[in-house]
Design a protein around this ligand. Structure first.
Ligand SMILES: O=C(O)CCC(=O)C(=O)O
Length: 271
């Protein structure tokens, strides 16, 4: 597939979608290596275990690193993220039959980070309206690139201003979607009788620090070329302003994302 410049498209709509980006062998290989990596080891469960986030494959499996930090992925991503890219997080997400809708949100509504980061979505199974596929906002993304208010409802952070218009991204294994952490998105309930799986990698430019991530940091690209190495430090990590600013941010985050929802939940039960 020829990769033409997608930057302008991304800035306008907050995402890009490429069909048939990976070969069948590449996706089979990714799937196989995810399954080999003790999937239950780092798993967060939601929605009565029907929505599961299995995390941290890149630091456990070099074949997954090779797939993610290969030239065609770096070529595409560097048009959007820039020439130097590191990965803050990676996860395989399973959505089982009976799982409910993942409500409209921006990823920043969960992490509360002030900067934009980039989600790379790689379907491992087909993603349909019936099995928990992805809906994205299709109105006004470029005019509204800011963090919107979210409220905590039944375990999810839900955006208080859902989009007026949305678009369903019907995707199959081999396709890839890249979207901004500020793009409003949700996934549909899984009313089918099969599980939906995706593998998601979250990236940042190397001139951006993220206080929520512990070292080592996986750097996938340098100067627009595959790099694929773990580092313990990079300039933004050592910047004293970041150290002070984000120390405070971390404390606030523990309150907002963990303690506050629990306190509110308990108070609701008691009242
Ligand atoms: O995979 C899903 O169903 C929801 C995941 C999601 O929206 C996210 O990780 O931001």
């Amino acid at each position: 597939m020829e990769i033409k410049s997608r930057r302008e498209e991304f800035e306008r709509q907050g995402y890009i979608f490429c069909k048939d980006f990976f070969s069948k062998d590449e996706i089979d290989n990714l799937w196989e290596n995810i399954k080999l990596s003790d999937i239950e080891e780092n798993t967060f469960r939601w929605d009565q275990n029907r929505l599961q986030f299995h995390t941290h494959f890149l630091n456990r499996n070099h074949k997954i690193r090779d797939l993610i930090a290969q030239s065609k992925v770096v070529d595409l991503l560097s048009q959007i993220v820039g020439a130097n890219i590191w990965v803050r997080f990676d996860q395989a997400i399973s959505k089982d039959p009976g799982a409910s809708m993942m409500p409209w949100h921006q990823d920043n509504g969960y992490t509360r980070l002030k900067h934009t980061y980039y989600q790379v979505w790689i379907p491992l199974t087909k993603m349909t309206l019936e099995n928990g596929g992805l809906l994205v906002q299709s109105d006004n993304y470029s005019a509204n690139q800011k963090i919107l208010p979210h409220k905590y409802v039944d375990g999810f952070f839900v955006c208080e201003k859902p989009p007026n218009k949305s678009l369903f991204i019907e995707a199959k294994p081999g396709d890839i979607a890249i979207f901004s952490s500020l793009l409003l998105h949700c996934t549909t309930p899984n009313t089918s009788n099969e599980s939906r799986w995706s593998y998601v990698v979250e990236c940042l430019p190397l001139n951006c620090f993220d206080p929520l991530v512990e070292p080592p940091y996986f750097v996938m690209a340098r100067d627009g070329k595959p790099y694929s190495k773990f580092v313990r430090f990079f300039p933004q990590r050592l910047n004293p302003i970041n150290v002070l600013k984000y120390g405070w941010f971390k404390l606030k985050n523990v309150w907002y994302c963990w303690l506050r929802p629990v306190v509110r939940h308990i108070l609701k039960i008691q009242s």
